[in-house]
Design a protein around this ligand. Structure first.
Ligand code: AOF
Ligand code: ZN
Length: 363
C-alpha cells in the first residue's frame, strides 16, 4: 500500500465512523460521513443526521475551520448531483474549491449513480472511488437493496432454548433470553426502518415493537401481516405514536374503516394461494421507502419467508435452557421429510451475549 493509499484508508475510516452516528436517524436516506483534509490535517467533518437536513459534505464544509480551497473531501458515498430535499452536493464541493474527492462507493440511487462523479470530473476535480468500499456497503445495505432490487434488506431475529424450541408446550415464549440479549434486540430495532410481525404474534404477545435504547432514535414503523384482519383496535401498537401498517388480503371494507379510524394504516395486497404474497409485501415496503426490515415473528411467518428465500440474515439467540420437546420450533416448514429436503443456510458469526449465544446466519 502506498503512503497515499494508507492515508486515504485512514481518513475514510474516520468518515465511516462519522457516518455511523446517523445509524438510528437517517431513514429513508443513507448514513453518510465526510472528512475534509488539507495538508494532511482534518479541517472539517460532518455526517448526515436526518432526511431533509444537510448532507454530510455540506455539514463538513459549513464546519470547516479554515479555507477549503485545495482540500480533499473523503465521503462514504458518491456526492449527489440531483436536486432532492437539498441542493446537489457536487456543486457545493466545486464552489468550495475542493480539488480531490475520495468516495467509498458509488451511490446506488439511480438519480445519482455515476452522475456525481461525472460532474466532479468535468469540473476538473480528481476523483477516486472504492476506498473501504465493503464497510461502506454494509452500513447502507438496506438502502442499497431498496435502490437496486426494489426490496428492503430483511433480517429475522429469533430466540430459542438449547433444544431448538421457541416456546414452551403452553405457548409461553416471552423472555427466553437474558437482559443483555434483549438490549441487543432494542439496538437492532433502532437500526431498522420497520419491524415486521405476523398477526399471531400480535394476538399472543400484544408487543409494542418499539426501540428502547439510550440514544436519539427514529422509531421503526410497525408492520403486521394480517391476511384476514384479525387485529383488534385495542392492540398495544394502536395507541403508540408513529406508523402502524396492516398488510392484508381481506376485502372487508367495514373492518378496514374501523381500523383506519383507530389510526392504523391498512393496505390490501395481492394474495398467493390464500395467504399474503410475501414478495409483493416486501416490494410494497420498499415503495414505502423502508430500507431495513427486522422480522420478529413466530415459526409460521419465519418458515414462509425462508421457503420464499426472502431473508438475508438471521440472528438467533440461544439460551442455555431446556424447554422440552412439546414446544414449537424456529421454522414451520411442512413437507420436509428427507435430509435432502432440508434447507441449508450459513453461519457468519457466533458470539456470547450475557448468558446466551448470538448466532448470525446468512443465505
Ligand atoms: C450525499 N450525502 O449525506 C446523503 C446523500 O432527499 P435528499 O436531498 O436528502 O437526497 C437524498 C439522496 O441523496 C439519497 O437517496 C442519496 O442518493 C443521496 N444521499 N448523498 O452525497 C449525504 N445523505
Ligand atoms: Zn448530497
Amino acid at each position: 500500500m502506498s503512503g497515499q493509499d494508507k492515508q486515504d484508508a485512514e481518513f475514510m475510516a474516520h468518515a465511516l465512523h462519522l457516518a455511523r452516528r446517523g445509524l438510528y436517524t437517517t431513514d429513508p436516506n443513507p448514513r453518510v460521513g465526510c472528512v475534509l483534509v488539507k495538508d494532511g490535517r482534518i479541517i472539517g467533518e460532518g455526517w448526515h443526521q436526518r432526511a431533509g437536513f444537510a448532507h454530510a459534505e455540506v455539514e463538513a464544509l459549513q464546519k470547516a475551520t479554515e479555507d477549503t480551497e485545495g482540500a480533499t473531501a473523503y465521503v462514504t458515498l458518491e456526492p449527489c448531483s440531483h436536486h432532492g430535499r437539498t441542493p446537489p452536493c457536487c456543486e457545493t464541493l466545486v464552489k468550495a474549491g475542493i480539488k480531490r474527492v475520495v468516495a467509498a462507493m458509488q451511490d446506488p440511487n439511480p438519480k445519482v449513480s455515476g452522475n456525481g462523479f461525472a460532474y466532479l470530473k468535468t469540473a476538473g476535480i480528481e476523483v477516486s472511488c472504492g476506498v473501504l468500499e465493503e464497510d461502506a456497503k454494509v452500513l447502507n445495505r438496506g438502502f442499497i437493496m431498496r435502490m437496486t432490487q426494489s426490496r428492503p434488506f430483511v433480517r429475522s431475529k429469533m430466540a430459542m432454548g438449547l433444544d431448538g424450541r421457541t416456546a414452551m408446550a403452553s405457548g409461553e415464549s416471552q423472555w427466553i433470553t437474558s437482559p443483555e440479549a434483549r438490549m441487543d434486540v432494542h439496538r437492532m430495532r433502532a437500526e431498522s426502518s420497520a419491524i415486521l410481525t405476523g398477526i399471531n404474534t400480535v394476538l399472543a404477545d400484544d408487543p409494542s415493537l418499539t426501540a428502547r435504547i439510550d440514544k436519539e432514535v427514529l422509531q421503526p414503523i410497525r408492520v403486521v401481516l394480517d391476511s384476514t384482519l384479525k387485529i383488534s383496535a385495542y392492540a398495544k401498537i394502536v395507541s403508540l405514536p408513529g406508523r402502524s401498517l396492516i398488510l392484508t388480503c381481506s376485502k372487508d371494507e367495514s373492518k378496514k374503516e374501523a381500523l383506519q379510524k383507530a389510526s392504523l394504516e391498512v393496505y390490501e395486497l395481492p394474495e398467493d394461494q390464500g395467504r399474503l404474497d410475501l414478495t409483493e409485501a416486501l416490494k410494497f415496503l420498499a415503495r414505502q421507502e423502508i430500507n431495513e426490515v427486522l422480522v420478529e415473528a413466530g415459526g409460521v411467518l419465519n418458515g414462509a419467508l425462508l421457503a420464499d428465500n426472502l431473508v438475508d440474515e438471521w440472528i438467533v439467540y440461544v439460551a442455555p435452557k431446556i424447554m422440552g420437546d412439546q414446544g414449537r420450533g424456529l421454522f414451520c416448514l411442512p413437507g420436509l421429510e428427507k435430509l435432502g429436503d432440508s434447507k441449508e443456510i450459513k453461519f457468519s458469526d457466533i458470539r456470547r451475549i450475557g448468558k446466551d449465544l448470538k448466532l448470525t446466519l446468512k443465505r
